[in-house]
Design a protein around this ligand. Structure first.
Ligand code: ADP
Ligand code: MG
Length: 476
């Protein structure tokens, strides 16, 4: 964090300062802010968050041992550490983040990019960070830090010399994105797509679209909106971008897009396409080849968004593309190649929505060559609400229609997917249903053979990512 005195922090968060011996209100702190006492290092600021499973107030002592010098708490603790007592630590880190970002922005040329969408946020965040880090000091979320805790903690990692801050905004309820993005008012906002991910929490896909559009409402007035023109629900957000006077940059495959892709070719070693950047006049149009190492046509969209957004920040698309080509995987457990040359595993089981399931299955079908066999190991998709049954049916049908040769369904809550696949003509043996990951591992150990291309995909709660890891290791 930037250097602030204890008194300044207490004022920003509206808390009561209780300095430890040897500290006074003018003492300066500048360490990393975190809710995890194990992540503390010298000078750290520990946030004692009451959690579902445990209470952070129990770990203030551990944070102190690891070097923390200040704790944000909701009630005073006995440990010998300076404390600021607030009513709600989540509100406190939000206000602290707002103030820190405002100061750095006022002092220099910090530019902020915000990303939202039902799928692809973390991938696009990583693409953006890869492009921007060669332009200047860049702060981007660790892993998928995108909620009321992760987003402010990311913002608080900026320093006086940070040039770019990349923020991922996820949401499982209306108002969340408005609140988090409203802390920083991003200069450039990206709307990737609206899908069924978490739709259960919103009440449906239209409600999801409304929630995602909150990012436009929170953009800096006169900033840039990077919109997926292939997605009608994103196009429908245009008035909200106009209301903030945002310059709209469209991306996608439609010829109307200012940054578009054509000639997409999906292979087992990556995805290539031509990125076309519209000019003022037709003669000024540029066509640039892209060879992504990341698997799947769906990631071309995320690459387009990253090129369009960084172009708005002054990065030449040719430079952006060269940097994107160095990215080996989107993120851990996202279309992550594992295993060996004989049995290839694609571990995409960090999470799953109907859109990302479909995208992954299509990719599996596309990258499998003649003489090779497609195997899909699929678990349940969570958080779909009342559409869950139908959506599992649709994925079962799709797997059969894509001619996936072995469908291995794991877990009782994915049973509909199995039944739909069987009903669609995937007879016994082609589709199997196994109770859990251990049973699936056992089965696949005996079943997989050279030439198999194996997709492992489920929602996070089904835990198949660890099955993917085990398979990856055992066939490497
Ligand atoms: N445009 C897209 N359409 C469908 N699936 C996508 C798209 N972009 C990414 N995915 C898939 O969605 C899943 C989550 O990707 P990730 O980048 O972690 O997104 P998020 O952070 O939004 O959850 C992965 O399986 C990924 O392959
Ligand atoms: Mg994410």
């Amino acid at each position: 964090m930037i250097a602030l005195s204890l008194a300044e922090i207490a004022e920003i968060v509206g808390g009561e300062l209780r300095p430890a011996a040897g500290h006074d209100p003018a003492s300066i702190v500048s360490g990393v802010v975190d809710t995890d006492s194990r992540q503390m290092s010298a000078g750290g600021i520990f946030v004692a968050k009451p959690g579902e499973h445990t209470d952070g107030h129990r770990f203030v002592g551990a944070a102190l041992e690891n070097g923390a010098v200040l704790a944000l708490v909701e009630h005073p603790v006995d440990d010998v550490i300076s404390q600021i007592v607030v009513a709600d630590v989540i509100d406190a880190i939000a206000e602290l983040a707002r103030a820190v970002v405002a100061r750095v922005r006022a002092a220099g040329d910090l530019r902020i990019v915000g990303v939202t969408g039902s799928n692809g946020k973390t991938t696009t965040k990583n693409f953006l960070a890869r492009i921007l880090q060669d332009e200047g000091e860049t702060v981007a979320p660790i892993a998928s830090y995108n909620n009321e805790v992760g987003a402010p903690l990311t913002m608080l990692r900026i320093s006086d010399t940070t040039r770019f801050l990349v923020c991922e905004f996820g949401a499982s309820a209306p108002g969340e994105i408005a609140r988090l993005a409203g802390l920083v008012n991003p200069d450039v906002v990206i709307e990737l797509m609206v899908g069924l991910a978490h739709a259960g929490g919103f009440g449906g896909i239209e409600e999801t679209a409304h929630a995602k559009a909150e990012l436009l409402d929170a953009a800096r007035i006169g900033g840039t909106a990077v919109l997926n023109l292939d997605d009608a629900r994103v196009v429908g957000m245009t008035p909200r971008a106009e209301a903030r006077d945002l310059r709209i940059v469209g991306f996608g495959q439609t010829p109307a897009a200012e940054v578009r892709a054509r000639d997409i070719d999906v292979t087992a070693s990556g995805t290539s396409c031509t990125i076309v950047i519209a000019g003022e006049a037709p003669a000024e149009e540029r066509a640039l080849p892209l060879r992504l190492q990341v698997l799947g046509a769906h990631h071309v969209n995320n690459a387009l968004a990253a090129v369009a957004a960084t172009r708005a920040l002054g990065v030449d698309p040719a430079d952006a593309i060269a940097r994107l080509e160095t990215v080996r995987i989107a993120e851990r457990w996202r279309m992550q190649p594992m295993g060996g040359d004989e049995v290839r595993i694609i571990n995409d089981a960090y999470n799953a929505s109907p859109d990302s399931m479909a995208a992954a299955l299509r990719t599996l079908a596309q990258i499998t060559g003649p003489g090779e066999r497609t195997v899909a190991v699929l678990g349940a998709m969570s958080e779909l609400g009342e559409t869950a049954g139908d959506e599992h049916d649709r994925i079962g049908l799709l797997a059969v229609r894509l001619n996936i040769q072995r469908i291995v369904v794991v877990g009782a809550d994915a049973r509909r997917l199995f039944l739909a696949a069987v009903g669609e003509g995937s007879w016994d043996g082609e589709a199997v249903h196994l109770p859990d990951a251990d049973a699936a591992f056992e089965y696949l150990q005996g079943e997989l053979r050279p030439g198999d291309r194996v997709l492992v995909k489920s929602s996070n709660s089904a835990g198949l990512r660890f099955l993917g890891d085990r398979l990856g290791e055992s066939f490497s």
